[in-house]
Design a protein around this ligand. Structure first.
Ligand code: HEC
Ligand SMILES: [Cu+2]
Length: 350
């Protein structure tokens, strides 16, 4: 092998290894980010029996495929540097010469793929059903671009509706029925469970369970229009007591506070917002926007876009189309007095 030939072989094998390393490390560098920075990080963290088996499956896949990658790369580099048996490098050996290697390679690959398929089926079976009957059933309906969350109860007066924030008791399996009001969405809270599609006219279901208290981010994972990226949700896992307290508070209708500005704000709400939004205990029964009965109890507004502060509420109400262009809520044109009375009213929605 002369010098220039050696160099060109070296360059081609180094290029190959670089290229594959880049492919291999792209996803891992994102996955190693901090939990807070990468809230959907499901490759390193899992907090319940509906997601743990799939995370382990992912680890086994990556480990095995990394080993295969290293072996294949080494073989390739050896092949590039091996001198061809014939002096004329353009003349190949007899056609059937390498056949045993092809049989061996195909045989090994088939065995590995078969084993992975079996392991995948075992994993699917492990997450198919919770170990005991779900303690709680709720229905989540996807809308462009937010989530309606209904807590059912045999006694309909104890059922209630909220939006974008799901509370569950820790350590208990929860059954989630999934629907869509418009296009296909998909419900995904990666640290707790896999993805399930929400298809108009169908009710799918999945279960999830959080084994630790905390807030778990979720995201729509089926492209559903311009604001798909801003269709987030949160699952808040609480102790049984905290969960019951939250649930009892959510069941309450609003109690109208008698104060001049609050009453003016409520009147304005009924005039301008009630066509879309509902507030239990008032005449506002709009069904195509988030229920605002306990708006203040939520951590975030507009499906994860903003934190729920009085300033953000005003910004959202007056500039919804700048903050979330295309959202199904217009930017409302309000005077300063209207904004202050409306804010006074909204601040009573505990
Ligand atoms: C044409 C229907 C419509 C009208 C009118 C409307 N909204 Fe909305 N509103 C929506 C929709 C749809 C969303 C969800 C937007 C999203 O997140 O994509 C929303 C979201 C909100 C949110 C955030 C709720 C949450 O939990 O994320 C608040 C607060 C809100 N609207 C307040 C108001 C107020 C106050 C008015 C009246 C001044 C009003 N809206 C008028 C449709 C409407
Ligand atoms: Cu979507």
């Amino acid at each position: 092998m002369n010098g220039s030939e050696f160099r060109s072989r070296l360059v081609s094998s180094v290029n190959y290894v670089f290229f594959l390393c880049a492919l291999a490390f792209l996803p891992t560098s994102a996955a190693s980010a901090d939990n807070e920075v990468a809230p959907l990080n499901y490759f390193l963290h899992s907090y319940g029996p509906a997601s743990m088996p799939t995370m382990h499956l992912g680890w086994v896949f990556v480990a095995l495929l990394a080993v295969i990658f290293v072996i294949i790369s080494a073989l390739l580099v050896v092949a590039v540097f091996r001198n061809p048996p014939s002096e004329d490098s353009h003349q190949f050996g007899r056609e059937d010469e390498g056949m045993p290697w092809i049989y061996i390679g195909t045989g090994i690959s088939a065995c590995i793929l078969f084993a992975l398929a079996i392991y995948t089926l075992i994993t699917l079976n492990a997450i198919a059903k919770p170990t005991h009957a779900p303690a709680l059933t709720l229905t989540v309906t996807g809308y462009d671009w937010w989530w309606k969350v209904e807590y059912e109860d045999d006694d309909p007066t104890r059922s209630f509706v909220t939006a974008n924030e799901i509370h569950i008791p820790v350590g208990q399996p929860v059954l989630v029925k999934l629907k869509s009001a418009d296009v296909i969405h998909a419900f995904w809270v990666p640290m707790l469970a896999g993805k399930t599609q929400m298809i108009p006219g169908l009710t799918n279901q999945q279960w999830l369970q959080a084994d630790g208290e905390g807030v778990y981010s979720g995201q729509c994972t089926q492209y559903c229009g311009v604001q798909h990226a801003h269709m987030g949700l949160e699952v808040v896992a609480q102790t049984e007591d905290e969960f019951r307290t939250w649930q009892d508070a959510q069941r309450q209708s609003v109690v109208t506070v008698s104060a001049i500005d609050v009453n003016a704000g409520q009147k304005l709400f009924l005039d301008q917002c009630a066509g879309c939004h509902a507030i239990r205990g008032t005449e506002a029964v709009g069904a195509h926007a988030p229920d605002l009965t306990h708006l203040k109890s939520r951590r975030l507004i507009a499906a994860g876009l903003l934190t729920n502060t009085p300033e953000h509420l005003v910004q959202w109400i007056t500039h919804a189309q700048d903050l979330k262009p295309g959202a199904r809520m217009p930017s409302m044109v309000l005077t300063a007095t209207e904004i202050s009375t409306l804010s006074a009213f909204l601040s009573t929605l505990n």
